[in-house]
Design a protein around this ligand. Structure first.
Ligand SMILES: Cc1cc2nc3c(=O)[nH]c(=O)nc-3n(C[C@H](O)[C@H](O)[C@H](O)COP(=O)(O)O)c2cc1C
Length: 368
């Protein structure tokens, strides 16, 4: 297997990466009261030492009282949490990787199994997490404005602290995606509407505020998914034309890189072409894209939460698509949960040492 094309450098604005491999954002819930400690810094710096090019942090929540449903998910605000993140970025840089936090507001959530609740009710476009499931408040325009400002403040903090980029989490059924989806956005004001571009207004305002706060030269990544946890086969954009109407305004608002979340990277987005989501996003917008989803593994990640293990698999199809120019970067999730040295092993073609993914890696921070 020739993996040379994964080991070319990549540069875009503030982002300089030594190879094309990105650690996908993965929630770990190892930050008591929202504060990442020395173990979290060690966990990320091990992946940096293992030659990951760009690390995207686990989702880390913005400064809204109900942005999280889990007391152990890290905050990206407040003196103590930011001091923890400063330690993370210092150690990651010392070990040679670039890094960006994934800034996150969960929106309307199920209550956490621990029983922990935020100090105010969950908030979202219409109180809904999925059609028929209401578990919080409909945001007022003042709430929306405050949330937009909180995304901006988090991005500004990331830049100030020396992170190389920031990723806005707009995928997987959380707050921004709750605005995109007609099943959870029933608003009749300027943040709602019958069309996806109308329901993208919140996302656009978040991107614009982040851009205003970080300036023109700082790379902004936006993560999107067509699928929802409530509906794996759902498509927000059902045709290339609908995707164009969705993504181009977001690109104009300031997105530099679209991170296109799929469960399996090889699945085509629309009939009549084998292009995947990242392939279409790049073709439509001309922006750089990141692909993701079961790279180097036999099984997909949502089944991992149900305890399913995965074996290593070939990278040939990934490389074929990359060499064709479909996407610029490749994000890898579970292999890097299980093995901080996955990238080094791929680079040195130590295929027999690849260990795949087993569910034990979910419950701890694997250090070696
Ligand atoms: C334990 C775990 C936690 C995750 N947490 C997040 C998250 O915080 N933010 C996010 O955008 N995606 C999250 N994901 C999805 C991953 O970023 C990635 O898209 C998914 O695992 C598919 O990549 P893989 O097949 O290489 O694992 C998570 C996945 C796993 C396995």
């Amino acid at each position: 297997m020739n993996t040379d094309s994964l080991f070319r450098p990549f540069s875009l604005k503030s982002l300089n990466i030594k190879n094309r491999i990105v650690m996908a954002p993965m929630t770990r819930s190892f930050s008591p009261n929202g504060i990442p400690g020395a173990d979290v810094a060690a966990y990320y710096s091990k992946r940096a030492a293992g030659e990951v090019g760009l690390i995207l942090s686990e989702g880390t929540v913005i400064d809204r009282p109900a942005s999280s449903n889990d007391a152990n998910v890290p905050h990206f605000h407040g003196t103590e949490a930011l001091a923890g993140w400063q330690q993370v970025i210092n150690e990651v840089h010392a070990n040679g990787a670039a890094m960006g936090p994934q800034i996150w507001h969960m929106g309307i959530m199920d209550n956490h199994h621990s029983g922990w609740l935020p100090s105010t009710p969950f908030e979202g476009p219409s109180g809904l997490n999925r059609p028929g499931f209401n578990n919080g408040n409909t945001m007022t325009e003042a709430d929306i404005e405050a949330a937009i400002m909180a995304y901006g403040a988090a991005a500004a903090a990331a830049k100030r602290m020396g992170f190389d980029t920031v990723e806005i989490h707009g995928a997987h059924g959380y707050l921004i995606d709750q605005f995109f989806w007609e099943g959870t956005n029933l608003r009749t004001d300027i943040y709602g509407g019958k069309t996806l571009p109308e329901r993208s207004r919140f996302a656009m305002e978040v991107v614009k505020e982040v851009r205003r706060q970080v300036g023109p030269d700082f790379a902004i990544i936006l993560r999107l998914s067509q699928w929802k946890p409530a509906d794996y086969d759902f498509q927000l954009a059902k045709t290339p034309q609908e995707m164009e109407a969705w993504l181009n305004p977001l690109a104009d608002a300031g997105v530099d890189i679209f991170h296109c979340s799929q469960r399996r990277f090889w699945e085509p987005e629309f009939e009549g072409s084998d292009l995947n989501f990242a392939g279409w996003a790049k073709k439509i917008t001309g922006k750089a894209t990141i692909t993701v989803g079961s790279v180097g593994l036999t099984g997909e990640f949502l089944k991992a939460f149900a305890g399913e293990s995965s074996e290593p698999s070939s990278l040939d199809e990934l490389i074929r698509r990359m060499d064709r120019g479909d996407f610029d970067l490749v994000a890898v999730g579970r292999p890097l949960l299980s093995d901080p040295n996955w990238v080094t092993k791929i680079k040195e073609n130590r295929v027999e040492e690849l260990i795949g993914f087993s569910k034990d890696a979910l419950g701890k921070l694997v250090m070696d």
